[in-house]
Design a protein around this ligand. Structure first.
Ligand code: SF4
Length: 374
């Protein structure tokens, strides 16, 4: 870690000494084998490593398939880059008019304020852009230019603070940024994406919660978590402080092989979110980030899982399963199709008849016609 980055992380987290940041520190805690150090040093030289004490305590070192370790502990397979994997898998750069801004859809922008995180996730789709050695945060000039960009475009209704992790900023700095954004009349929604409530829950202090609220705009907080064990008592309490302050929360998860790609875990994760007053929002299909093949499922597996989820939990617990199209073409729903207008397909007609019936597949896979037979 370069000195400037180390200093900002120390200042922002106050826990530099305890966060595990390299393979030797992980080995000292029994989280990786000493024999793996040479290859893991290569991984760490390419992709940042950080495991907070809170996350380290969740890992069972005796379990080689531990789903928490799989998300945070470096793996030799990260050095393998498969065909199709790309350093910018969802095409942020194709839609970056000024530094720090990604403007992919007309009414909203991503605003990337910092490039550091409390933890570094092994599946991260921005793994080439975050971590030590990258630019730590936007310079004052770049920040001003990004604000000018938002200010000059009245169609921007929602600003999404993402990262890096915006909650790595101090409450004081975050409050200043929230005030700057809320002062722009057409910015009505400020959405903040973070992993901090599950990675370092104590960081969600009263000061941090106060910084999230701002007059003139509505704040939403999107929590990123992938396994129900991440929703510890402390993490639930941190989320409770946010929701009690009147800030609505949604969830984002990534479907990850060996972490949450089974019906029982996925169901428990979605139930845990709802118990915490967090509405499940997105379940992402794994992006084509370099060195992440071992963590991705197939789309067919994802569709089967969300079809099963539909039958196991209420609508409150249903996330949208989505795919980010490589190249920057945006997000699309990737879940199974339940409806098709199929009556015409065997008749040779090129278009469905407006009154043709629908073929509806229920969550058990049984097919029905709508409207039903008279
Ligand atoms: S917290 Fe988000 S940006 Fe940071 S490493 Fe994890 S997925 Fe990437």
């Amino acid at each position: 870690m370069d000195a400037a980055c180390e200093s900002i992380v120390t200042r922002m987290t106050g826990q530099r000494a305890a966060t595990l940041r390299d393979p030797a520190e992980l080995a000292a805690q029994g989280l990786v084998a000493e024999s793996a150090l040479p290859v893991l040093e290569q991984v760490a030289a390419r992709y940042a490593v950080a495991v907070t004490p809170h996350v380290a305590a969740l890992i069972d070192p005796a379990d080689p398939a531990d789903p928490i370790a799989r998300q945070y502990i470096p793996d030799a397979r990260e050095l393998e880059q498969a065909q199709g994997e790309h350093p910018d898998p969802i095409g942020d750069h194709a839609h970056a008019p000024v530094a720090g801004i990604v403007h992919r859809y007309p009414d909203r922008v991503l605003f990337k304020l910092v490039h550091v995180c409390a933890v570094y996730c092994r599946f991260c789709f921005r793994r080439e852009m975050v971590g030590p050695g990258k630019e730590t945060a936007l310079s004052p000039d770049a920040y001003a230019a990004a604000l000018d960009y938002i200010r000059s475009r009245p169609e921007i209704w929602e600003v999404i603070l993402t990262g890096g992790d915006p909650l790595m900023l101090s409450p004081r700095r975050l409050a200043e940024i929230m005030a700057d954004l809320a002062a722009i009349e057409h910015v009505r929604i400020i959405r903040i994406h973070t992993r901090v409530p599950v990675a370092d829950p104590d960081r969600i202090s009263a000061e941090m919660v106060a910084a999230l609220k701002v007059a003139g705009a509505t704040t939403w907080l999107a929590l990123h978590a992938n396994h129900p064990r991440e929703l510890t008592g402390a993490a639930r309490a941190a989320c409770g402080r946010v929701v009690d302050a009147g800030i609505p929360m949604v969830s984002q998860s990534v479907l990850l092989r060996g972490v949450n790609d089974d019906a029982v875990t996925l169901e428990a994760l979605m139930r845990a979110f709802v118990e915490c007053r967090i509405k499940p929002y997105y379940l992402h299909h794994g992006d084509l980030a370099p060195g992440t093949t071992h963590l991705r499922t197939t789309l067919a597996q994802g569709q089967a899982l969300v079809r099963g989820l539909r039958g196991r939990v209420s609508g409150l617990c249903q996330p949208d399963y989505v795919l980010d199209i490589p190249g920057g073409f945006g997000k699309v729903p990737a879940g199974p199709a339940y409806l098709s207008q199929a009556d015409y397909s065997s008749s040779g007609a090129r278009e469905p008849h407006p009154e043709s019936r629908y073929r509806v597949v229920d969550y058990c896979g049984d097919v029905h016609l709508y409207p039903p037979e008279p």
